[in-house]
Design a protein around this ligand. Structure first.
Ligand code: PXG
Length: 445
């Protein structure tokens, strides 16, 4: 299929780009394109304004095309485009790591740079295995994930993830993992505001898994403190605390995947701060540099770094892992400018202050057509729709498309709509998103 690109006046072909996580045939028959962005908005190539209810893909927390970030990237590109990070360093990379270390929970001041959330998950899993090996416990190899967990699409994250469709084509990768049950519990917790009251005991399942495999074979538990991709699943009160305690009891590392929750989304720097639970390894990406340049990171407890590094003979590379683009200068420049902007505009605090208004607006959709649950925390919201009989996922897709046509971007996972706006969102824009959804739901079969 060919399409006129009004921005350039040229024809573009849609055939060649094999699009990620996209129904390629359906999309190319009716494409939805974005061509420009600023602040809270995108514009389509034909100039239609779209209110961004999702911060891109949960990543543009400061809003789009913010000047200080744009300028920092431009300046860095003109100064030094690229520098190798293996056995060489560049000052801006150290500066970027220090910025992140200062934001991280106490005792977690070692930062390894990657280029995505997927790479961060795989890096953290490798660190967990390397740590136990360094401590003389190489049999600790099992990784425990959770049903409906999402840790990206590289091998470790695919294994540890718990979304069946993402896993089923790759059975050979699935050795050495087990999974906790999802904490989603509509029967007890539907329409909870903030953390649901019921379900801390879901964490006790870890004891069952430990009894089954023996602690001496388990390396780490990896969970999203709040599961985003699989439909905004907020941790029940007391659940993460329990997971932490059981991991401690058995010498198992706890990995928080904070790719979505990091950098203000829940009204605190990290979910670890918000929930008062400190993991051993913390993965992040996305808003680390406002998604201006691909980047991710793993933040490690100092003791994990020390154990791995000190186990290797002096002069040898201690951790045989890294990427050509780890700490890419453009990504680091964007990171430093982004974190400065977050601090200057106090956006994490802003998210916390806006959260009650966001919650009230979202929960006003209770009673709207098809809605069977609404959940929220910080500036994240999930609206679960009853699946259409015989066609699960259709309602979610149709709601997404109709909202887009009405000028509002919302995400959907099966029949769950997800909202995660930039943290600069204004009250009227929250109103507009909610009213657009209300109108669209009214029209849906
Ligand atoms: N972990 C978590 C918790 C994520 O949410 C990743 C890892 C992978 O990150 P990369 O950068 O490799 O994509 C993610 C990504 C959605 C959606 O629809 C969510 C993500 C990506 C794309 C879509 O909710 N999260």
């Amino acid at each position: 299929m060919k399409l006129d690109n009004p921005l350039t006046g040229t024809m573009i072909s849609l055939d060649e780009w094999w699009m990620p996580f996209t129904a390629n045939r359906q999309f190319k028959a009716a494409p939805r394109l974005l061509a420009k962005a600023e602040g809270m908005y995108y514009w389509t190539p034909d100039g239609r304004q779209i209110l961004d209810g999702t911060a891109g893909l949960w990543c543009v927390n400061a809003g789009h095309n913010r000047k200080p970030i744009v300028e920092a990237v431009q300046k860095q590109a003109a100064t030094m485009d690229y520098a190798p990070p293996f056995q060489l360093g560049h000052p801006i990379a150290f500066e970027a790591a220090t910025v992140i270390a200062q934001l991280a929970p106490a005792g977690m001041q070692r930062v390894f740079f990657t280029n995505s959330g997927s790479e961060s998950a795989d890096t953290a899993i490798k660190m967990a295995l390397a740590y136990h090996r360094a401590k003389g416990e190489p049999s600790r190899r099992i990784i425990v994930g959770r049903e409906r967990g999402y840790h990206g699409v590289n091998i470790g994250g695919t294994m540890a993830g718990g979304i069946p469709g993402n896993r089923k084509a790759f059975p050979a990768l699935m050795a050495g993992v087990d999974h906790l049950r999802s904490t989603h519990d509509l029967a007890r917790n539907a329409f909870s505001r903030g953390q649901p009251a019921q379900g801390a005991e879901f964490a006790d399942e870890l004891e069952r898994i430990v009894a089954l495999h023996d602690a001496s074979n388990i390396a780490a538990v990896i969970v999203e403190p709040m599961a985003g991709s699989a439909g905004v699943l907020i941790p029940p009160q007391g659940y993460l605390e329990k997971l932490r305690a059981i991991c401690d009891k058995h010498g198992i590392l706890l990995i928080f995947d904070e790719v979505i929750t990091g950098f203000g989304r829940l009204g605190a720097t990290f979910a670890a701060h918000r929930f008062g639970v400190t993991p051993d390894l913390l993965t992040c990406a996305k808003a680390i540099n406002n998604a201006a340049v691909p980047m991710g990171a793993v933040i490690a407890k100092n003791g994990i770094f020390d154990a791995i590094v000190n186990a290797a003979p002096e002069g040898q590379i201690e951790f045989l892992h890294g990427y050509t683009y780890s700490a890419h200068p453009l990504a680091c420049a964007a990171l430093i400018a982004t974190q400065k902007l977050f601090a200057e505009e106090q956006l994490f605090e802003r998210a916390r202050q806006m959260a009650p208004h966001f919650e009230a607006a979202l929960h006003s959709l209770k009673g709207a057509r098809h809605v069977i649950d609404i959940r929220n925390l910080g500036l994240v919201g999930g609206i679960e729709l009853e699946p259409r009989p015989g066609a699960p996922g259709r309602r979610g897709l149709e709601a997404h498309v109709k909202c887009f046509e009405a000028g509002v971007l919302v995400r959907f996972t099966a029949d769950i709509l997800a909202l995660s706006p930039p943290l600069i969102i204004e009250k009227e824009q929250i109103e507009r998103i909610v009213e657009t959804i209300r109108g669209v739901l009214g029209q849906l079969d």
